[in-house]
Structure formats: structure tokens, C-alpha cells
Design a protein around this ligand. Structure first.
Ligand code: AMP
Ligand code: GLY
Length: 422
């Protein structure tokens, strides 16, 4: 079977790599992919325009693609899954309607209230003046969120009213997030510890994946600007058995049932970003896709087939698919370019010595292959990921792998996994 993975990040390298390990898979294509996918034996990058769904369809027909896995949120929110599905191509990823859970904060917050899913108190506004008035009525800190997709940057934590006014100015007046900022959600600031809960969902059936925790802030000790994620580890001890059950009962089940009632049952990876405090949880956000970098450590722990899991979800065979995890722990450390998550340089040549060992894997993210050289092309450049008998060992192996990579301006957090070890 041949497979197509859509996307170019570390998540897509991990999904494509994992798919390529199946004996039944003869080739994995990635559109557009990165230098990491270009260098894998059974993987080929293809330069098709993924905004042009007809071009994607034609490619699938030409190569007789048996499964399309859509990695990032944008093509899902744009309706790629519906398009390919309607053409009879087996596609793993939610419909445009279901992807609104991530595509619109207002939609998702209203959905949480309608279906009784625990979340922070909030109000949604389309106008600058009304949102400004609302700032007089709330406590601080507060959180101002642009409604639409903003690559993880549309959430601004404001310590006082002045900061909240600046946030509204940047969203409404400077249009820092373009159309994504045509409306805002202003919500209660939640304290606690965050965890990512990611599952494969097919209508009313759910297979939770191994638990994980991301590190959103750019600096050690969770200081500084929020990023797409600077590293992740799995399992996440904060999600113990009781919390796991609560997440299923209070968050995932009502979400799956709610989407069925709305006429848009879910198919794909469903990611709940949670805040946990004193054994209680609230949903911060939903993502309609796998997390990046959570995918990288989670894929390293998956012993059974990713391809069979995705096909089981598509073919309504969730009850019979085999899913196995290694008991080992996994840790992934993101290597980023100086300046990220703000401005950073690209086209820096990368040196890598003596890359992978069996229990470690250097996943590429913002890289490209030019004249056989690896050049940087994004803010997050690699995710050095490793397995170990415990988190401490996984962490130390991941950092050994980090040491093998160098490029001008490379930086990484030195404390990935600290919350799981303390
Ligand atoms: P979101 O995209 O809504 O998950 O927000 C991105 C990040 O902002 C989250 O992972 C949290 O670290 C932080 N965040 C979002 N909403 C809140 C909230 N209500 N209280 C505290 N932190 C938040
Ligand atoms: N790592 C967070 C995300 O994928 O949204």
C-alpha cells in the first residue's frame, strides 16, 4: 500500500516515519515534507500544491494511495478531508465542520457550554468597543484569544487591564492575526498543570493514545512567550487513572456525542488541551489534529501499526484493532532557531554527527534539503526524541542526541520533562 501524509513539520516526519515501518506499506509520500522525510528510505517528498484539493486527488489516483493522513489544522479547517472523502479516497482527519472545534474559539466555547464540558468562564465579542467595556467587569489576570487559527500565537495572557487593552488593540486595530482576529474570546485565567490528551476518534468510538505533556513556553521553568511547543514527554504522570477516566467521561464522550448531534461526527486525532488542578480538570482548547511535538515521543512508544489504527477508524473497526505501547518512557526536545517564536533566520546549514540509535530518533521540522545539504527553514527545526526505561533516562538520551546537531543560532530548553521527574 502507498500512503500520503500532508504537512511538513516534525509531527508529519513522525507520522510518515511510523507509517513507513509497516511491512504492508511500500511507500509513504509526504506533501511537501522536509529534509528529514526526504532522507528516509521508504519516504518520498512531493511538491504538489496542497491548497489545490483537486491536485491532491489526482496525485492519490495516479499513485493508488490507500490512506491519506492530514497532519496540520489548516487543510482540515479548509475542508480537505471532506473533499477527498467525497471522492472515495480513504482519508484520516475530521470534516471541516468538526474541525471548527479548533478553527473557531467561539464555536468551541459555545460547544463546551452546550454539551456541559468543563471549561473556563468566558465571553465572546465581535466588536472592539464591547470587548473594551467588558474589561471593566472582570478580574485579572485574564486571557484574550483571537477567534481563528493563529499558529498558537493568538492567545494572550494579560496581567492587568492595560495589557488586555493592548491585546485587543493588536487583535482588532493592528489586525495582528488577520481574519483570525475578527472576533475574540475573553476568558478566565486558569491555574494548574497542563496536559495533552490525544485520542483516535471515530464517531462514538475512542482509542486514547499514550498520555503526554508539552512545554509551551519558550524559556526554562515555563517562562517567556508561548510557542507551538518546545518539547514533550510521554507518559504524563499527571494523567493518572482517575484523571484519565474523568477526561473520557467529562470531556471526550460528551464531545463525541455532541458532534454526532450536530450532524458532524468526528474522524481523526482529537486533542484536548487540559488544565488540571486539585484533581479537577477544565478544557483549554481542542485541536483537530495530533500535537506537535507530542506526536514525536508518542510515535516512538507505539509498537503496533499506525496505519492499521487509522484505517480501523475509517472503516468502523475500532473494536477489533490492536494497539500496543512500549512500557518505556519517551522524551522529545525541540531544537529551535534563535528568535523563535518571533523573528528568526533561516537557510542556516545544519551539521549532524552520527544520527540515530535504535532507541532515539531525530525528527526534522523546519528543514529542507538543498544540494544534499540540510538547511533550516523554520522556527522549530528538530525534535530530538528518545526512549528510556524511565523519564530520566529518556531525557538524558534525548539530550545526547541534541548534542549531535548544530547550526548557527540553535537553542533548546534544558529542562524538558522536569515536571514528570520532580
Ligand atoms: P489555547 O490555544 O487556547 O490552548 O492556548 C494556548 C496556551 O495558552 C495554553 O496551552 C495555555 O498555556 C495558555 N492558556 C490558554 N487559555 C488559558 C486560560 N484560560 N488560563 C491559563 N492559561 C491559558
Ligand atoms: N503542542 C501543542 C499543539 O500541537 O498545539
Amino acid at each position: 500500500m502507498q500512503i500520503l501524509v500532508i504537512g511538513s513539520g516534525g509531527r508529519e516526519h513522525a507520522l510518515a516515519w511510523k507509517s513507513s515501518l509497516d511491512e504492508s506499506v511500500t511507500r509513504v509520500f509526504v506533501a511537501p515534507g522536509n529534509a528529514g522525510t526526504a532522507l528516509e528510505q521508504k519516504i518520498t517528498n512531493i511538491p504538489i500544491d496542497t491548497n489545490d484539493f483537486a491536485e491532491v486527488e489526482n496525485f492519490c489516483r495516479k499513485e493508488n494511495i490507500g490512506l491519506v493522513i492530514i497532519g496540520p489544522e489548516q487543510p482540515l479547517v479548509d475542508g480537505m478531508s471532506d473533499y477527498l472523502h467525497d471522492k472515495g479516497i480513504k482519508t484520516f482527519g475530521p470534516s471541516q465542520a468538526a474541525a471548527q472545534l479548533e478553527g473557531s474559539k467561539t464555536f468551541s466555547k459555545d460547544f463546551f457550554i452546550k454539551y456541559g464540558i468543563p471549561t473556563a468562564a468566558y465571553a465572546a465579542f465581535k466588536s472592539y468597543d464591547e470587548s473594551l467595556d467588558y474589561l471593566n467587569t472582570i478580574n485579572y489576570p485574564t486571557v484574550v484569544k483571537a477567534d481563528g487559527l493563529a499558529a498558537g500565537k493568538g492567545v494572550i495572557i494579560c496581567n492587568n487591564k492595560g495589557e488586555a487593552i493592548s491585546a485587543l488593540d493588536s487583535i482588532f486595530k493592528d489586525q495582528a492575526f488577520g481574519d483570525a482576529g475578527s472576533s475574540v474570546v475573553i476568558e478566565e485565567f486558569l491555574e494548574g498543570e497542563e496536559a495533552s490528551f490525544i485520542a483516535v476518534v471515530s464517531k462514538d468510538k475512542i482509542i486514547p493514545l499514550a498520555t503526554s505533556q508539552d512545554h509551551k513556553a519558550v524559556g526554562e521553568g515555563d517562562i517567556g512567550l508561548n510557542t507551538g511547543g518546545m518539547g514533550a514527554y510521554s507518559p504524563a504522570p499527571i494523567v493518572d487513572e482517575r484523571i484519565h477516566e474523568k477526561i473520557i467521561n467529562e470531556v471526550m464522550e460528551p464531545t463525541m456525542q455532541g458532534l454526532i448531534s450536530e450532524g458532524s461526527p468526528y474522524l481523526g486525532f482529537l486533542y484536548a488541551g487540559l488544565m488540571i488542578k486539585d484533581g479537577e480538570l477544565k478544557v483549554l482548547e481542542f485541536n483537530c489534529r495530533f500535537g506537535d511535538p507530542e506526536t514525536q515521543p508518542i510515535m516512538l512508544r507505539l509498537k503496533s501499526s499506525l496505519v492499521e489504527l487509522c484505517l480501523a477508524a475509517i472503516n468502523n473497526e475500532m473494536d477489533i484493532v490492536n494497539v500496543e505501547w512500549t512500557e518505556q518512557h519517551s522524551c522529545g526536545v525541540v531544537i529551535a532557531s534563535e528568535g523563535y517564536p518571533e523573528n528568526y533566520a533561516t537557510n542556516k546549514e545544519v551539521q549532524i554527527i552520527d544520527e540515530d540509535d535504535q532507541n532515539a530518533k531525530l525528527f526534522h521540522a523546519g528543514t529542507k534539503l538543498v544540494d544534499k545539504k540540510i538547511l533550516t527553514s523554520g522556527g522549530r527545526v528538530f525534535c530530538a526524541t528518545a526512549l528510556g526505561s524511565d523519564l530520566k533516562q529518556a531525557q538524558s538520551k534525548a539530550y545526547n542526541l541534541v548534542e549531535k546537531v548544530s547550526f548557527e543560532g540553535a537553542f533548546y530548553r534544558k529542562d524538558i520533562g522536569f515536571k514528570g521527574i520532580k
